[in-house]
Design a binder for this molecule. Sequence first.
Ligand SMILES: [Zn+2]
Length: 115
Amino acid sequence: MHELAIAQSIVEAVETKASECKATHVKVVRLKIGEASGVVTDSLTFCFEMLASLDPILAGTQLSIDTLPHRAFCRSCNREFSVMNFIAQCPTCKEWSNEIVTGTELQILEMEFET
Ligand SMILES: [Zn+2]
């Protein structure tokens, strides 16, 4: 499962950071996930909670996810538009765009620790 591997990487990154900061507990982990990243957020949350429960520092950590819409930029019209079903075609001039503005992100934005 894709989300399990991602959750595993996130947990590892948080554990590393928590030990660097000598944290006793992680309160919140905030993620930024693009709609086009292919990640199912419910499933990611489920996997994260399962893995987090195995580590006392992470048990009960709240996972907060900011989702970003899939958007591209059209050079001809000089404007952004929403990408529907992964088709990055400008609704105005019908040009195809390869400039994705948002939607493919998958990153940890911030973490809150208790020390
Ligand atoms: Zn256009």
